[in-house]
Design a protein around this ligand. Structure first.
Ligand SMILES: *Cc1c(COP(=O)(O)O)cnc(C)c1O
Length: 392
C-alpha cells in the first residue's frame, strides 16, 4: 500500500524533533552533528536566536498581505541584496525552482522586447541541477530527472561541463542566455574554474547573450564570499538564489541588472506568497549576519581547517575515500565505496551528510560551525570509515 506521504524520497529512518546550532536531536534523545545543513539551507544552524526572534516578532504582527500592497520587509531585503550584489532589482519566490523559472522567463522577455523573439534558447551544462518543475528538468536535461515526464520544455541546449569549445559551438543567433551553477551541487560539488566563468562572461558580451547564474546552493556565504561568482571577478546579468537566504524558512529570489530585467513590467510575472512578510523578516536577519566581511572571513578560515582535516581523513582511509573537493564550506568527498553506504555509516556515528552525484558525499554545514564541531565531524566520519573498513 502506498504511504500517505508520496514516496518520492527514500528516507533515512530518523526523525528529528529539535535543533540547536549544528545539532539535531531525535525522538530518542540522540544528538546528531548536522553537516548536511538541510542541503545548504541552515546557514546559521538550527534555532539561531536572531532568526527565531525575527520570525516570532513578525508572526505576532502580520503574516500575509499578498503583493497587491507594499511589503516593508520585502523592500528592506531587496535593498540589502541590491546593496551587496551586482543586482539592481529583485523578485522574491518561495523556492529555488521558482527563482530559476523567473530567471529564464526574464532572459527570454529581454530579447523579445529587444526585437529578437527568436533568441529564446538557453545553453546549460551536463551534470547541472536547477529544480524539479517541467521547465527546470528540461533545463538540466539529465535522463534521471526527465524520464517519463515528457514532453519537455523546448529551448534548452546541453553542452559538456566547462567545455569552452562546445559552448562556443552551441551559440547561434537563437541563443538567449547561458546558464550555469558556479559550483555544481547535486552534480557532486564540482567548482567551475574561474577562467571558464570569465570566458563565459566574455562570450556573452561578444554575442549579446545574458549570463544566468544558479547560486541557489553555492551562494549566501557558502564559499566564503557572499556569492560564489565573486571569486572569478565577474558578474552575471541574472542570478537565482534560495536555500541559505531563508535560513530554513522557504524563500528564494531572482536578482538582475536593470537592463536584463527591463521586460519584466507590471503584470508580466507574479507570486502569491513570494516575498511574504514572514519570509522576508527571516531573510533580512540572515543577510544582517552573513553579508558581513568578518563573518565571511570566518567562513574561509573554518573552510581551510575543515578541508585540511578532511585531507587527513582521506589519507587515513584510502579504501573508502578518493579525494576532497569543493569551495569554502561546500565540500565533497569522492568515495571509493558507494556514497550511500558512507552516508548510512555516518548515521550510525551520529553525523549527517548528503549524497551527491559522481559518488560524492556532500558536507554543507552551518556557516557558523565551530572549530570544535569541525573536529568532531571529522572524528565521526573517521568512525564511519573505520566501521566500513571492518566490513570489507
Ligand atoms: C536546490 C537547488 C535548486 C532547486 O531549489 P528548490 O528550492 O528545491 O526548488 C535549484 N538549483 C540548485 C543549484 C539547487 O541546489
Amino acid at each position: 500500500m502506498i504511504s500517505s506521504v508520496l514516496p518520492t524520497y527514500s528516507r533515512a529512518p530518523l526523525s528529528f524533533v529539535k535543533g540547536e546550532g549544528c545539532w539535531l536531536i531525535d525522538e530518542t534523545g540522540r544528538r546528531f552533528l548536522d553537516v548536511a545543513g538541510g542541503i545548504a539551507v541552515n546557514v546559521l544552524g538550527h534555532a539561531h536566536p536572531a532568526l527565531v526572534s525575527a520570525l516570532t516578532d513578525q508572526a505576532g504582527q502580520l503574516w500575509h498581505t499578498s503583493n497587491l500592497y507594499n511589503i516593508p520587509n520585502q523592500q528592506a531585503l531587496a535593498d540589502a541584496l541590491v546593496e551587496h550584489t551586482f543586482a539592481d532589482t529583485v523578485f522574491f519566490t518561495n523556492s529555488g525552482t521558482e527563482s530559476m523559472e523567473c530567471a529564464v522567463k526574464m532572459a527570454r522577455k529581454f530579447h523579445y522586447e529587444n526585437g529578437a523573439p527568436e533568441r529564446n534558447e538557453i545553453i546549460a551544462f551536463n551534470g547541472s541541477f536547477h529544480g524539479r518543475s517541467l521547465g527546470m528538468i528540461s533545463a538540466a536535461g539529465a535522463e534521471k530527472l526527465t524520464k517519463g515526464f515528457g514532453p519537455l520544455l523546448p529551448g534548452f541546449i546541453h553542452v559538456p561541463f566547462a567545455d569552452l569549445d562546445a559552448t562556443k559551438a552551441a551559440i547561434s543567433d537563437k541563443t538567449a542566455a547561458i546558464l550555469i551553477e558556479p559550483v555544481q551541487g547535486e552534480g557532486g560539488i564540482v567548482p567551475v574554474p574561474d577562467q571558464f566563468l570569465k570566458a563565459l562572461r566574455e562570450l556573452c558580451d561578444q554575442n549579446g547573450i545574458l549570463l544566468i547564474l544558479d547560486e541557489i546552493q553555492c551562494g549566501m556565504g557558502r564559499t566564503g564570499k557572499l556569492f560564489a561568482h565573486e571569486w572569478a571577478g565577474v558578474t552575471p546579468d541574472i542570478m537565482a538564489i534560495a536555500k541559505g537566504i531563508g535560513g530554513g524558512f522557504p524563500l528564494g529570489a531572482c536578482l538582475a541588472t536593470e537592463r536584463a530585467a527591463s521586460g519584466m513590467v507590471a503584470g508580466t510575472h507574479g507570486s502569491t506568497y513570494g516575498g511574504n512578510p514572514l519570509a522576508c523578516a527571516v531573510g533580512k536577519a540572515v543577510m544582517n549576519i552573513v553579508a558581513d566581511d568578518t563573518f565571511l572571513t570566518g567562513v574561509g578560515e573554518k573552510a581551510g581547517l575543515f578541508r585540511q582535516k578532511l585531507e587527513g581523513l582521506v589519507a587515513n582511509h584510502p579504501d573508502i575515500f578518493e579525494e576532497v573537493r569543493g569551495s569554502g564550506l561546500m565540500l565533497g568527498i569522492k568515495c571509493k565505496v558507494t556514497n550511500i553506504d558512507v552516508v548510512n555509516a555516518g548515521y550510525d556515528a551520529q553525523i549527517l551528510t548528503v549524497p551527491g552525484g559522481d559518488n560524492v558525499i556532500r558536507l554543507l554545514p552551518p556557516l557558523n560551525i565551530s572549530n570544535d564541531e569541525i573536529a568532531t565531524a571529522v572524528d565521526r566520519l573517521d568512525q564511519a570509515a573505520t566501521a566500513l573498513e571492518a566490513k570489507q
